[in-house]
Write a protein that binds this ligand. Sequence first.
Ligand code: AMP
Ligand code: MG
Length: 407
Amino acid sequence: MLTVEQAQAVVMRSLSPLPAERRPLLETLGCVLAESVVARVSLPPFDNSAMDGLAVIAADTTAATTEAPRRLEVIEDVPAGARPERGVRPGTAARIMTGAPIPAGADAVVIIENTRPGPSGTVDVITPAKVGDNIRPAGEDIAAGVEALSPGQLLEAGELGLLSALGRTEVSVIRRPRVSIVTTGAELVQPGEKLRPGTIYNSNQVALAASVLRAGGEVVQCRHVFDDEAALEEALRSCGDADLLLTTGGVSVGDYDFVKGVLARLGDIKLWRVRMKPGKPVAFGEVLGRPLFGLPGNPVSVLVTFEMLVAPALRLLAGRKDCLPVTVAATLLSDIRHKPGRREYCQAITRYLDDGYVVEPSKKRGSAMLTATIGANSLLVLPEESKGLCPGERATVVLLGRGGDEL
Ligand code: AMP
Ligand code: MG
C-alpha cells in the first residue's frame, strides 16, 4: 500500500497545468497569471499630493513658526482630478487635495494642520517644509515599461488592484480546473427529497462541490448514480468538458464496489489504497483520457482524501507551483490515542496562541461523523507507528485549504 507521499507523487506526476485563457479581472481571483504584465502607465502617473494641504516652494517656509509664520498668497485650489492652471512662484502657494497633481514650481506640500488662515487670499505656514514633503513622485510605485507581474504569479485582491491601477480589465490566466462530480450509492437520496427506510441523504455531493469551489475549481456537473456499472459508465462518458472527474463511494471491496472495475475497463488505475485513515480505499487513474479520483464513500474520508490528494491536483492543474498541503508544528491540547498502522488525519482546530500553534483534535473520529468537521481548520497527523500523543506534545498539523505558495 502506498504512503500518502507516494500517492501524492503518483498524482502530481501524471498531471500538468491547463491552458491559459483571458478573463475579466474579477473572475481571476485565486488564479495563476499566464502572461507578463508590463506597466503601460507609471504609478502614480504624475507627481501628486499625499495629503490635503498647501503646495509650496519649500524655501518659502524656512524657519516658519507659530509666532513667526510665513505668509503666502493663495493662487488657486487644486482638487483631486483637476489640472493646476498656474505655477507656484516664490511667495505663493496653491491649496491642494490628496491625489491632486502638484502645480509646476511647487516642491513640497505643507499639511493643513501646519497652516493657519491669513488675511484674505493668504495663508500662514507655521512649520517649515522640506523639498519633497508629502509629494508622491510619478513612477515611485512602478515606472511605465517595467514588468509589474510575471507569469506564475498567484492573483489575490492586491494583484487585481494593481492590474486595475494599470488600466487592465482582462488578464490571461491558467484556466480554472473544471470538475465533474459523480456520487454513487443505492442508499442515497438527494436532500429535499423524502427519506425512505434504509436511505440517507447524499451529503458528499455538496461537500465535494464546495471543496472544489474552495480550491479554485469549477463544478461543471454533479450527478448521482445507483450502484450500477452501466450508469456510472454513462455518467463518466457524458461529463462534458471536465478536466477532472471525482466519484465517491463504491471504491472499497464490498459487493457493490464497482468504481475500480469501470476505471480498469475504461482507462487505467494508477493507484488504489493509501496508508491513511480515513481514506484508505481511494483510487486514482485515468478514464477516457481524463484523470479521475475514486474517493471513498464515507463523508469525512471524502474531505480528508480531497485535502491530501485532490486539492494538490487542482492546484497543479491551475498552474500553482507549491501544490502540496502546508503543515505546521503545534502543541497538543488534549490527549489522543492511535492504533499503529495507517497514518491518521483527525479533524482539528488549530490556533496561534502566545508564541506558537496549539491544536485541539475533535472528539469525534469516525469517518462517517460529519460533526467532527465543525469549525475544523486543520488535520492533526498521527504518524503510522504512533500509539497516541499526550497534551503538551508537539504534533504535525495540516492547514486546510492551503498550498505552499499561499503562505
Ligand atoms: P461505500 O464505499 O460506497 O460502501 O460507502 C461507504 C459509506 O459511505 C456508506 O455508509 C455509504 O452509505 C456512505 N456514503 C457513500 N456515499 C455517500 C454520500 N454521497 N453521502 C453520504 N454518505 C455516503
Ligand atoms: Mg456505496
